[in-house]
Design a protein around this ligand. Structure first.
Ligand SMILES: [Zn+2]
Length: 271
């Protein structure tokens, strides 16, 4: 599943290819995504100028001035820039035809992605209205996390994976950041001290930034704009390493289930 680093990598990769171009047309081949692609979208998009490509959580926001095209990659989606005459394949459900001889193509085999149009301030859209802060922005900080977790008995791992607390911290990054911060995943969120909140915030950011630098790390069939696979196997501290020796202390990494997700941790290094 594309996580925040893959989406951010996609955004950075596509921005340079899209900004300033005019949309000539849009093609919907299969509009049955997570929500139906609006049937009148080609009509709405024709002649729109792409001002910028932004991101909120795992949504890409294409600002066209009069409205915003909202894109989500779902479980298996990828976006690529291709010559306009490139033949569509089975899972190529949506194209934006651009005025420079290229197109932007959404491929999404599992069809959990989304293509939506919103007029007005996009941050008021119901998808975004109740989201917590971005993990890489300054309003996600030690004081914020401390306040957000007071009185909460939910585990700290489930807490940082909750989009209402902070967006975009997927399972891999939650596991890795907690190890790096020395915090065990099952610790009650409300028991985290302010200094430990600071440490966790710093490690969440570092973990995400490193993954963004590597070009995204989890989606095997991610293809970046130059056609290269964007899948870079990171060396994980704990994720997927149950039973293997901790890279710090050598004791075996443990695995438990929390909220239907696997947690990996070192019982010695994480308290
Ligand atoms: Zn250890």
């Amino acid at each position: 599943m594309p996580e925040l680093p893959e989406v951010e990598t996609t955004r950075r990769g596509l921005s340079a290819h899209l900004a300033g171009l005019t949309i000539k047309d849009a093609v919907i081949r299969n509009g049955s995504l997570r929500w139906p692609i609006p049937k009148n979208l080609p009509k709405l998009l024709r002649g729109q100028i792409i001002l910028s490509l932004k991101r909120r959580a795992k949504y890409l926001l294409m600002d066209c001035g009069t409205g915003t095209l909202i894109l989500h990659l779902g479980m298996s989606g990828s976006l690529r820039i291709l010559p306009a005459n490139t033949k569509a394949e089975k899972h190529d459900h949506f194209d934006l035809i651009l005025n420079n001889g290229t197109l932007m193509r959404l491929r999404d085999p599992r069809r959990f992605g989304a293509v939506l149009w919103h007029v007005g301030d996009v941050h008021t859209h119901p998808l975004f209205a109740s989201l917590g802060p971005e993990p890489l922005k300054n309003n996600f900080n030690a004081r914020y996390l401390y306040e957000a977790t007071r009185g909460r008995s939910i585990s700290i791992k489930q807490c940082i994976m909750d989009n209402h607390v902070v967006v975009g911290v997927g399972n891999i990054y939650a596991n890795e950041a907690l190890f790096r911060a020395g915090i065990k995943p099952q610790l009650a969120a409300g028991k985290l001290s302010l200094p430990r909140c600071a440490k966790l915030v710093a490690e969440i950011r570092a973990t995400l930034n490193e993954a963004i630098k590597l070009g995204g790390s989890t989606l095997r069939d991610f293809v970046d704009t130059s056609g290269q696979p964007g899948y870079f196997q990171q060396t994980y501290w704990v994720y997927g390493r149950a039973g293997e020796p901790c890279r710090r202390c050598g004791k075996p990494i443990k695995q438990i289930r929390q909220g239907q997700r696997s947690s990996f941790f070192c019982g010695f290094c994480q308290r």
